[in-house]
Design a protein around this ligand. Structure first.
Ligand code: NDP
Length: 290
């Protein structure tokens, strides 16, 4: 059955486009990543972000702080990166250790360097429909839906999840694509019925395999944002990654579906690289690439 949306392949194409745009620029964009503590998943994400930044011809700066770092120390690094004219993008890897105030750290990021699209300015521009740096995971989700369906105009999109980081911006970005959008969450009644009304079902709940095949309308496009670590049955003591959708069964109903891993995840990094190029162009008053 050929209804898999290959996030790895689309991400590779996106990175290729980014690399070509970088090669054509008169400057080398720089992405700075701030990592606090030693969360294993964050270490992997940051390693991949650095690898792909360099592979696309950009410069990568890395700032690592111990898990004991204070709010003042993290803020001081962000402020120094704001002041560094060579730095085009700043990414603070989340989650931060519990004793740190993530919102206050994010609020310090210069909006022109906000390649994760998380500051109040970026969020405001998204709500107002103004150009800006859009959050990476929702951007990747839209690109994958378009890869499967083409124009998304008038499709009914149900976004399951309303978090600030994922669900809410995803809903706004599908609205920008002229979808009719429903946002569902933990207080939504008749969730299976609501989900089954979707032409595009975007799952961002963080609950392994919560979305069953019966929740999926025949032929719908399913974008699974969830990344959940569950114990591996085959390899005791180890973990494997699953999405928020019961992929194996849902695949027989969906018209198109993203796998986990290999779906939205690779797109998130590719969109981060894309945002770094856009930030570099805007800051340095160079025309954005096509
Ligand atoms: P949050 O925990 O912040 O938000 C989860 C959302 O799901 C909330 O809005 C919550 O509703 C809703 N929800 C939770 N349980 C239910 C339920 N039983 N029924 C209906 N709605 C429910 O998670 P995030 O948005 O940060 O992340 C979601 C998933 O996406 C996670 O698995 C995360 O790992 C993954 N992720 C993947 C990325 C990628 O690159 N692919 C990037 C970022 C995140 P309510 O608001 O009512 O509590």
């Amino acid at each position: 059955m050929d209804n898999l949306i290959d996030g790895k392949a689309v991400a590779a194409q996106t990175r290729d486009t980014v690399a070509k745009a970088v090669a054509a620029l008169p400057i080398t964009p720089t992405l700075a990543v701030v990592l606090v503590g030693d969360d294993p998943a964050s270490q992997v994400y940051v390693r991949n972000k650095i690898k792909f930044t360099e592979e696309t011809g950009m410069r990568s700066l890395e700032h690592r702080l111990p898990a004991t770092a204070t709010q003042e120390e993290v803020v001081a690094i962000v402020r120094a990166l704001n002041a560094d004219a060579e730095v085009d993008g700043i990414l603070v890897q989340l989650p931060l250790p519990d004793h740190l105030d993530s919102n206050a750290v994010i609020a310090e990021i210069d909006p022109s360097k906000d390649v994760d699209g998380l500051t109040e300015v970026s969020a405001g521009r998204l709500v107002l429909g103004q150009p800006g740096l859009r959050p990476c995971t929702p951007t990747g989700s839209v690109i994958l839906a378009k890869a499967a369906l083409g124009d998304l105009t008038s499709k009914h999109c149900v976004v399951l999840g309303r978090s600030i980081l994922v669900g809410k911006p995803a809903a706004l970005m599908f609205l920008e694509q002229n979808c009719t959008v429903t946002i569902a969450h933990s207080r939504t009644e008749n969730l299976p019925v609501v989900c089954r009304s979707a032409d595009i079902l975007v799952a961002a709940v963080g609950r392994p395999k919560m979305v069953k095949s019966e929740w999926v309308k025949a032929g719908a496009c399913v974008i699974d944002i969830g990344i959940n670590r569950v114990p591996s049955v085959k390899r005791p003591g180890q973990f494997r990654l699953v999405g928020d959708v019961d992929y194996r069964k849902a695949r027989s109903v969906a018209g198109a579906i993203t796998p986990v891993p290999g779906g939205v995840g690779p797109m998130t990094i590719a969109c981060l690289l894309r945002n770094t190029v856009l930030a570099a162009c805007d800051r340095r008053e160079i025309d954005r690439p096509e």
